[in-house]
Ligand binder design. Sequence first.
Ligand code: AGP
Length: 611
Amino acid sequence: MCGIVAYVGPRPAQQILIDGLRRLEYRGYDSAGLATVDGGRSQVVRAVGKLDNLVEALARDPVAGSLGVGHTRWATHGRPSEENAHPHAVDGVIVVHNGIIENHLDLRHELQQRGRVFKSETDTEIFGHLIAIELQGGAADLESAVRQALARVQGAYAIAVISERHPGQIAVAKLASPLLIGLGAGESLVASDIPAILPTTRSIVFLEEGELALVEAGRARITTLAGQPVERPARHIDWTPALAEKGGFKHFMHKEIVEQPRALIDTLRGRISRAEGQVFLDGLDVAGLSQAQRLVIIACGTSYHAGLVGKYLIETLTRLPVDVELASEYRYRDPIVLPGDAAIAISQSGETADTLAAMRELRRRGGRLMAICNVVDSAVAREAGDSLGVLYTHAGPEIGVASTKAFTTQILCLHLIALAIGRARDTLDLAAVRSEVHALSRLPKLVEAILEDEKEIEAIAHTYHKAHNFLFLGRGHGFPIALEGALKLKEISYIHAEGYAAGEMKHGPIALIDESLPVVCIATQGAGYDKLVSNIEEVRARDGRIIAIASDGDSRIAGLANEVIFLPASPPRLEPILATVPLQLLAYHIADFRGTDVDQPRNLAKSVTVE
Ligand code: AGP
């Protein structure tokens, strides 16, 4: 996600901001910029691509002053471009922002009606206009202008604001996006993460939800959004820079697993209304998808597994037939594209060569398609953008090669698409959508509850980390989760693991079972439960070691399995996402016990841009 750095103090801001942004590069970004205020005059410099491009632009056009804000942008609204890069300057007010403003379309429209002219496609620029209006309308100071502007905004934000008329001040605020203040000797830094401030200070004040602060050199005054003073002493942080980058986690993969509640919230944000039971999928031609006679899902690896879950969701909720295709096969198979077909390409990176080639093949044959993607304006997003559109997973950058939060947010997007199509095709009435939407809104909390059981999962990982082979079994929507669990384990631990449809076990893999084989069974209530219990009995009869993922309090499974990981009670359709999380943790801890390179496993790349 985006990175924010701001500085106020006696030193020139430019180099401090660049150094801070470099320390946030691990968060992923597609453009960068910084701005300073000096003698009542602001200067803004921005560049698309890597920070080196910004450094080059600054070499041509350096900025002066010891008050400034910097930003690395991971695009969510508007493609990566110089105009969309932050900071955004409006009438001498300069803003950087991390997060998503849900009501940005309404606010933009209202501001345009009032004669305001926008220079970017971003939701962030709205802050600049709102704050400038408050200052022009007589707000007492920068802090109160920001406070009043924030009252208009719904969504998630971490912002830092400076102004030509307020020397020596940075106004910052946080709601559902991280922000912290570093207090040094006569100088202060603001950042979205700890690494950015470590060279200057280790004395940190973390802003909490719904707080605003006025930051000056060496001090900060914190209040709630309602204006109540907040007293919070600074904490001393003794992390190394490498540990700080990973938020204190040993590996990015672990951090990304734990980030899933947040990623799910961000993916849902602005897309569901619990009250009305509605789904809003901006940027997607839902009518075009709904009129299809058949959907074809195209993807690779983990994204393909999400597609398999999508088949269950879409067919069940919409009665529209869905075929799921491996992109690497589809592109060479002389595929049949019927006039009534529509396709969904799924890709975290948006750069996977096979997925792109399959999309182009489908379009060449007259097919229409949409994409589910995590990277704005990536090749996959562009390929679908002028067809049926793009639905972005707002998972934030995924750095670990093993895909985790991208997978669960892809499934969530497919669920939202199924609801939108079901409504359009009238296979779901308003009450049904309302109940699904209500269930989806509980997902982040349910995932949090599973993460709380991590210690038990780690203990199971320790017991089995020396195994040479694993079998993963599932039925129904548990089958793709078995495939995904096996893929996760094999790619990071180098243990041979196979995912199988449990009903197929007797057609071959049953020959593998003996006391040395751990068999992971997705045995939740919704996934062909009774049949799976029989499969577990079959494994038990051959002395296989059973690790079961079961629904909360299932004593029948507990009596059969060697180890049980319980999922919290949930509607069955949430089980694929919920059952995934313990499998990610199991794979992670097994790999960690084996000492492999978890984030960059051998022979693998994060984006497979070649065949
Ligand atoms: C998953 O852990 C892998 N890294 C891999 O299978 C990945 O999902 C696949 O290469 C597809 O990538 P994409 O989603 O970026 O297109």
